[in-house]
Design a protein around this ligand. Sequence first.
Ligand code: F6P
Length: 524
Amino acid sequence: MKGFQGPEIPPTLGNLPQWEAFRKAVSEAPCSGETLRILRAATLSLDLSAHPYSAEVRAAGEDLLQARAFTHARDALLAGEPVNQTEDRAAWHTMLRAPRPIPEVAREQQRVREFVAQADRDGRWRTIIHIGIGGSDWGVRLAVDACAGCGHRRELKFVANLDGHALQVALAGVDPHSALVVVTSKSFTTTETLTNLKRVMNWLSEAGVADPCRQVVAITARPESARKLGIAADHIFRFWDWVGGRYSIWSAVGLPVALTVGHEVVDGIRAGAADMDRHFAQAAPADNAPAQLALAGLGNRSVRGLGSLSIAAYDARLQYLAPYLQQLDMESLGKSVDMQGRPVDVPTGPSVWGMPGTDGQHTFFQWLHQGSEGAAVDFIVCRHADHQWPEEHAMLVANCLAQRQTLLRGTSLEADRAALLEQGMPAEKAEWLASHRVHQGGRPSTLIVLPKLTPHALGALLALYEHKVFVQALIWGINPFDQWGVEAGKKMANGILAELRSGAAASDHDPSTRHWISVFGQTP
Ligand code: F6P
């Protein structure tokens, strides 16, 4: 079966000469930050200076991209070809934000626009109750939080978790009669989402809402499933199988964003992403921001063995960027079998985690600076703030740049020891204490600078990461668009639920699972 890379069966990455050259170059290159490397794309600045870099790394990176037929694969992605080969479908999220989308996309965009405009004209819906999980949740949370300054037209409550406590919190204080339920689910089979939808429909009925379905909107790739639940056709907005859940914010999934902060935000993120798509499509490999970000990440993960990537967004409005990128990156790259079904012979997708800076400085930066391994860090900061204390934005920027440089350069044990001696500390104690205080340095990071946190900049940022993920998958030889790894757990949960309800644990469980099924299966 041919992979992305062309008709012939490609060698495994570890046996590719161009990979060995890249591996050698990166492992021998200094992570000194002495070469300024800044790429510009779709108004963003991407500073890759603090990664291992040399002329050999640059050349080997270009050769590696060519060996993996980067331009051919990229063009196939952007043209809507069936690049998702295990599910035999396209991954055409770029079409959702194209300036001239295909008719079915344009039609659905117009339906959303009209629905939102009508609701605004009528002043309908004080609260939106958004039910969805994963890719049917994180993008909406991120866009609404990041762009809250663009407008506040309605209250938006999120219900994702199956845990009833989450729903209790979301429904507290909400007037059922002025609430619109937006249920987002590509498959319309997700247990959490369907369970929460049933609970909310009951909540509406118990509050005296005559026809709860008229207060529900469904956003799904399975409109027929929503119809079967009694949701009217004019309240169903669709996207398509060729849109991955974690790539779906550009679709009708953006409807609750439009209802909350305005359709201009949806238009803006699409425009920013489209600009990044254009850059990705046209920039030469050496100047291609997603491709170069991908190569830097590959070097950190598969050559230097850094197991994780920390997202440090120095902007409190980006608190959901880390979980959004966690799903985008880890659900796409958390695989270890290549397109030919062979084990990938280098480490693949890192774990992705983080929180806004400077909160992270008081949470895990100790680990980043002095832990035995540390992590690569993506710092994200805006050139200009949108709050009324512009002089204090400099404080935030200073922290971001200082943390990044300290990770890169570390601190001097000799200088610290001399300072302690200068303070009169006995030599032996000064030596001992300095050894505890030294920062190793040589820890790589990326800096991404947005002009301001506008919808356009957010869209460009998310598209940058989408395309980075695609390029890393291409080089690792894995499929970034399927998620077979989520199925086994879901299936097992259904079986255990039946045993909990019957009180009889199947014999083929491990002893611990069997024990707890019997404990939890007893009547409360
Ligand atoms: O986590 C598995 C997954 O299928 C994600 O890919 C998806 O975003 C999420 O569950 C929700 O799926 P759906 O949108 O079909 O409810």
